[in-house]
Write a protein that binds this ligand. Structure first.
Ligand SMILES: NC(=O)c1ccc[n+]([C@@H]2O[C@H](COP(=O)([O-])OP(=O)(O)OC[C@H]3O[C@@H](n4cnc5c(N)ncnc54)[C@H](O)[C@@H]3O)[C@@H](O)[C@H]2O)c1
Length: 322
């Protein structure tokens, strides 16, 4: 299956991963490419590149959890394929758990419902490795228990169950993709920032870098352009339907290692670091088993490299005021 000549919608398409996915889909020559984003986070500037490739790109500032509004939109735009990436992020869930849960579940169930009623053909729903919680065994394959540690993670796990239940009950054409920790240009550098933007900001501001806990907690870092490549290939391969598929590198990197690699590429290897108390809900170990993705699509994401770290740090340097 190809995206060429298809009418495609990306929810959360003005966000970090979503905007890279829009760039990638734009190159496939779809008939119509629609972004739905509430701008809870996200940034219209993230779509500049995609608009160069696909000038007809349409952006709707809408709430993807609003079933009636989404129904109208998918009918009027004749949407066939939805990549569902819209999300209220983890840090927000710590302050507003109920709202985060309701919104995230509302988004996923909206598109399940549109698929069930036959208004869209295919749903590629984006999960998160957070749904697993801390690793019980490493590498974590898709059968690893789901023990979410935060309301965000619980909402992501719930969404996956909803999508799979609609597949089971109504045979909707759907797949759940489960990325591990992404890095790269456009990851929100403001409030709710991830580890890499926080470290870059501290280096630029010449303030000490805070590492929670002992810094030996690990993540499986993948470059965002690899993640979206995997998503497109998963869409293209019909054998993926009804499955959960990790998008990971299979390589575990500790926070201490990440910080030293990042400060090295920023030419500040001796930048001061201090350790503080563990964050609530922080998972201890994460490392994904990528066998299923490799077997189904032949694609394998890479972990951190000097080149991708430099590209990422340079992007933050260009958008951050020290
Ligand atoms: N960043 C990561 O490392 C990572 C890892 C695993 C999974 N994921 C998943 O990838 C997807 C994208 O995450 P991201 O990191 O790009 O986050 P992001 O916050 O950059 O993007 C999410 C986008 O969704 C939008 N949004 C929020 N609520 C909305 C709503 N009700 N209606 C429409 N749009 C709404 C936001 O404005 C934002 O632009 C999410 O499903 C997330 O759970 C991310």
């Amino acid at each position: 299956m190809k995206l060429k000549n298809k009418n495609v919608m990306v929810t959360g398409g003005a966000g970090f991963i979503g905007s890279h996915l829009v760039d990638r889909i734009a190159r496939e020559n779809p008939a119509n490419l629609i972004v739905v984003d509430s701008f809870f986070l996200g940034n219209e500037e993230n779509l500049i590149e995609a608009r160069k490739t696909f000038p007809g790109l349409k952006l709707y500032r809408m709430d993807a959890s609003n079933l009636a509004a989404m129904l109208q939109l998918v009918i009027s735009e004749k949407i066939e394929v939805v990549f569902d990436l819209a999300v209220i992020p983890l840090p927000t869930s710590l302050d507003f758990p109920t709202w985060t849960i309701e919104t995230n579940i509302g988004i996923a169930s909206t598109f399940c419902e549109l698929a069930r009623r036959g208004h869209i053909q295919t749903l590629v729903h984006c999960s998160s490795s957070e749904a697993y919680g801390s690793a019980v065994h490493v590498p974590m394959n898709e059968d690893h228990p789901l023990v979410p540690c935060t309301p965000y993670a619980a909402s992501k796990a719930a969404c996956d169950h909803i999508v799979l239940s609609y597949r089971e009950t109504y045979n909707i054409d759907a797949v759940v993709v489960r990325p591990f920790n992404n890095f790269g240009p456009r990851q929100n550098p403001g409030s709710y920032a991830g580890i890499i933007p926080i470290v870059v900001r501290r280096v630029l501001n010449k303030t000490p870098i805070e590492i929670f806990d002992d810094g030996e907690q690990t993540r499986d870092f993948i470059f965002v352009r690899d993640t979206v490549e995997a998503m497109v290939r998963i869409y293209e391969e019909e054998k993926t339907r009804g499955q959960v598929i990790n998008i990971s590198s299979g390589v575990e990197t500790s926070m201490n290692t990440l910080v030293s690699q990042l400060t090295a590429v920023m030419h500040t290897p001796d930048h001061p670091v201090f350790h503080s108390a563990p964050r609530p809900g922080d998972v201890r170990r994460h490392c994904g088993d990528v066998t299923r993705l490799k077997e189904l699509t032949g694609f394998e994401p890479r972990t951190i490299s000097v080149e991708t770290l430099i590209e990422t740090a340079e992007w933050y340097r260009s958008v951050m005021q020290p």
